[in-house]
Ligand binder design. Structure first.
Ligand SMILES: Cc1cc2nc3c(=O)[nH]c(=O)nc-3n(C[C@H](O)[C@H](O)[C@H](O)COP(=O)(O)OP(=O)(O)OC[C@H]3O[C@@H](n4cnc5c(N)ncnc54)[C@H](O)[C@@H]3O)c2cc1C
Length: 412
């Protein structure tokens, strides 16, 4: 049944992109109704701390939520939490919710994010096998945080390694199992992988690469071990699986909107339906700097697309076209990444990753800077972000030379 309420802007998904869109819609001068529908119980919150300070118990939810709940009331935004959108009717311009409501819209923003990729092996449903996407997941994982407990992390990506670092600091025995021959294989050069393997091993984390998990063993319904298929069982009290995400695009597909590795949008976040926009992890968008389409999983992407979508819904063009950036915190190390390193022809190291805890790796393609991984090196990160946008051609020898500061390197 229709709620009978006036139509306005409806946002599906109450996460990072959605929260930004509410803020930006009001900043752009939109005075109509906003309805924010999210299937989680909490108002929009940041996910990065879930594998960092919030998992470590160093900060509470008040430091994770994007805006206090009162903000939405103050912004005249109806917040429908614990409510799932089950369908979009693009012709009728309504969305249907899990509790049987039909909500009309003038413009619709799909900001449904992504969900974890599940591991489909025997024993996947044993108690103690966890994923990490939500605040609830953090609480489940924390319930195992007892000194001496054994954790196996499946997947040596950012989330797996961040969880390993926090768990280790909490006195847990941690083993990381990674299918590839090195951690972070999908995203960084072997120099950086080797560095993180060294750091984790020095902290006492066991890292096993080239290991493909084929099942979980259990007793009384609880996980007790991870089977790597070569006769080896890794004993554990709990498991955290971090093997990637899947964009939530099903609503768009069923509404007839074009989807191709994410909801296809233009640089203004417009989908193939003129009244429907999409922002964040669920999208596939063009990037003019790299001259290709991207599906990104990052806070920056969600925030910037949220801003662009708000402007576009108001009929204003604020194209989203930036150098992608990301970060990861492990122990006392801040890794900052700018650009996209795929297709690089040369990796140049500044500093000594074999021995030190701060360095940068620059990725060049035919001499042009396309990406940087900077560990505890904010100047290298900041300068590279600018240089990548400018397609700067740089001298590798000067980049590697620590006696030349980054401003001077940029001038050459
Ligand atoms: C543990 C963790 C650590 C991370 N660390 C970093 C980091 O260090 N740096 C970084 O840049 N990024 C990081 N990310 C990624 C970043 O958090 C995401 O890219 C960002 O949250 C994406 O924002 P979004 O708005 O697209 O999606 P989300 O913030 O995920 O919001 C989408 C919301 O939509 C809801 N939803 C989905 N379908 C429906 C439906 N049908 N009806 C109603 N609601 C629905 C979802 O439940 C969710 O609440 C991390 C992610 C995780 C999980």
């Amino acid at each position: 049944m229709s709620t009978g309420e006036e139509a306005g802007i409806v946002i599906i998904g109450a996460g990072q992109a959605a929260s930004q869109a509410v803020v930006s819609l009001r900043a752009e001068g939109y005075e109509g109704r906003i309805t924010l529908i999210g299937d989680e119980a909490e108002p929009p919150y940041q996910r990065p701390p879930l594998s960092k300070k919030f998992l470590a118990g160093e900060i509470g939810f008040d430091r994770v939520e994007l805006k206090p709940a009162e903000f939405y009331a103050g912004a005249n935004c109806a917040l429908m939490l614990s409510t799932r959108v089950s369908a979009i009717d693009a012709a009728a311009k309504t969305v249907a919710t899990s509790d049987g409501k039909l909500i009309p819209y003038t413009k619709l923003l799909i900001a449904t994010g992504s969900r974890v990729r599940e591991i489909n092996v025997p024993g996947f449903d044993l108690e103690g096998v966890h994923y990490l996407r939500s605040v609830g997941d953090v609480h489940d994982i924390q319930s195992h945080f007892k000194a001496g407990a054994k954790l196996v992390v499946v997947g040596g990506g950012y989330i797996g390694l961040e969880v390993a670092a926090v768990a280790k600091k909490n006195g847990i025995a941690v083993t990381v199992l990674e299918t590839a021959d090195r951690v972070l294989a999908r995203v960084v050069d072997p120099i950086v992988s080797k560095f993180y393997e060294r750091i984790h091993r020095a902290a006492g984390v066991v890292i096993e690469t080239g290991v493909t998990v084929v099942g979980f063993e259990g007793k009384d319904g609880k996980v007790t071990g991870v089977d790597s298929g070569d006769g080896k069982i890794f004993p554990c009290d709990f498991v955290v699986v971090g093997i990637g995400i899947i964009p939530n695009t099903e609503l768009a597909v069923n509404a007839g909107i074009t989807v191709d590795n994410g909801i296809v949008v233009d640089e203004m976040t417009r989908t193939s339906d003129e009244n429907i926009f999409a922002a964040g992890d669920c999208t596939n968008h063009p990037n003019g700097i790299f001259d290709r389409r991207l599906r990104l999983e990052s806070v920056q992407n969600a925030i910037e697309q949220g801003k662009t979508a708000a402007a576009a819904m108001m009929g204003k063009d604020k194209p989203y076209n930036q150098v992608p950036w990301f970060w990861s915190d492990q122990y006392d190390l801040k890794l900052q990444i700018a650009g996209l390193s795929q297709g690089y022809t040369q990796a140049v190291t500044r500093g000594h990753p074999e021995t030190d805890n701060n360095f940068a790796v620059f990725y060049l393609k035919d001499g042009v800077l396309i990406a940087v991984d900077a560990v505890n090196r904010p100047p290298e990160f900041m300068m590279s972000k600018l240089l990548i946008a400018q397609h700067a051609k740089l001298d590798p020898a000067r980049l590697a030379d620590e006696s030349i500061n980054m401003k001077e390197v940029a001038k050459a």
